[in-house]
Design a protein around this ligand. Structure first.
Ligand SMILES: CC(C)(COP(=O)(O)OP(=O)(O)OC[C@H]1O[C@@H](n2cnc3c(N)ncnc32)[C@H](O)[C@@H]1OP(=O)(O)O)[C@@H](O)C(=O)NCCC(=O)NCCS
Length: 331
């Protein structure tokens, strides 16, 4: 892809999985957020099957010193998740992460992606600065990072506390036009985000009565993060009660945070948003083109979760979304 200062940016081959595992260890010790990434066979398989596209920075001796990944979602669409930004502690501060980010943009275009979702941490400002001015901050997931993840050789203001991650939309191509149903209370904010992201959306009138329909929910519990993830496939009058039961079950397993994803293509979403509000959920963010269209993510936090751990925020636009999310949580 490119080469500068003796560092070459190119795709990581599946046989090079051990190099990626080694880099994760140099950056996080044994505390990386996804334990499966310590297994070379698993990583090799992800690379081989194209579920993970790794962009690596290689030093002259062939050592992997920088990395970003594109993770394809289960139902491959026109967007994917970016992340796994890593630079060997001995090679930091030389623009390697920025070089790898340029490689990620190139690879995204080559894969036909019109954009990726990135989740910069707020433990430090480095990854926020990499995409600043290009990406659009569309949300903030409060306390989604456990306190025991150790960022080797990084200054972190509140070691040991759970910390928040941004939701950032990095556009690489033209998104399709869509019709959306927006909850009234978030309409102005979401429309402003659409305008910032140059996304063309027609707002339709929502369905006010969920009636007797039964809700359909997808669920996954992330033991490492202690996060329950709900996908509201269809929302009916029983949504509040169903979500409450899911949260109680997650709490019994130690769950501290819940996310609920609502499709903005569904006319019941505005009513469902209010049902979630009544269960203590608030705005986490907008995920454009996340799941066959745009998604509104709502978040819930257990009373025991301390959200006051200081976040390092790098730009005004990031501060703006942080303020919006906090206001909505307090409202
Ligand atoms: C974050 C990380 C990838 C940065 O790699 P890097 O190659 O040193 O970064 P670059 O030299 O390309 O710098 C990119 C930007 O980050 C800033 N930056 C780098 N290290 C920083 C730090 N410790 N604190 C604050 N900003 C930092 C740089 O100043 C630069 O921004 P600028 O051009 O606006 O000044 C690296 O420090 C790392 O691997 N950290 C541990 C793992 C991690 O935190 N990953 C990110 C998870 S989202």
């Amino acid at each position: 892809m490119s080469s500068a200062d003796g560092v070459t940016v190119r795709l990581v081959a599946s046989e090079e999985a051990p190099l990626l595992v080694g880099l994760i260890r140099r950056c996080y010790g044994e505390t990386y957020i996804d334990p499966s990434f310590y297994d070379q066979t698993v990583v090799g398989e992800l690379l081989k099957t194209g579920r993970l596209h790794s962009i690596g920075a290689f030093a002259e001796a062939g050592q992997l010193v920088g990395h970003m990944g594109i993770s394809m979602r289960e139902h491959t669409g026109i967007t994917a998740d970016a992340g796994m930004t890593l630079v060997d502690p001995a090679f930091r501060g030389r623009g390697i992460a920025r070089g790898v980010a340029a490689g990620l943009a190139q690879q995204s275009v080559a894969l036909g992606l019109i954009g990726v979702h990135d989740y910069p941490v707020t433990v430090h400002a480095a990854t926020q600065r990499i995409g600043a001015g290009f990406g659009i901050d569309t949300g903030l997931m409060l306390a989604n990072m456990p306190g025991d993840v150790v960022f080797q050789q990084m200054d972190t203001p509140a070691p040991g506390s759970r910390t928040s991650s941004l939701i950032r939309w990095l556009p690489f191509g033209r998104a399709p036009e869509r019709s959306v149903y927006l909850p009234q209370r978030y309409r102005a904010k979401i429309e402003a985000l659409y305008a910032d992201a140059h996304l063309s959306r027609i707002v339709l009138q929502a369905d006010a009565d969920p009636g007797e329909r039964r809700s359909e929910l997808g669920r996954a519990y992330d033991e490492r993060r202690k996060i329950l993830r709900l996908v509201i496939a269809s929302a009916g009058g029983d949504l509040g009660a169903r979500v409450e039961a899911e949260i109680r079950a997650a709490e019994d397993r130690g769950g501290l945070v819940a996310h609920a994803d609502l499709s903005l293509a569904h006319p019941a979403t505005p009513v469902a948003t209010e049902a979630l509000r009544a269960q203590g959920f608030s705005f986490a963010g907008l995920l454009p083109e996340y799941r066959g269209g745009d998604v509104l993510r709502m978040q819930w936090l257990a009373d025991s979760v301390d959200c006051a751990a200081s976040s390092v925020i790098s730009t005004d636009s990031t501060r703006e979304i942080e303020a919006y999310v906090s206001r909505d949580r307090g409202a």
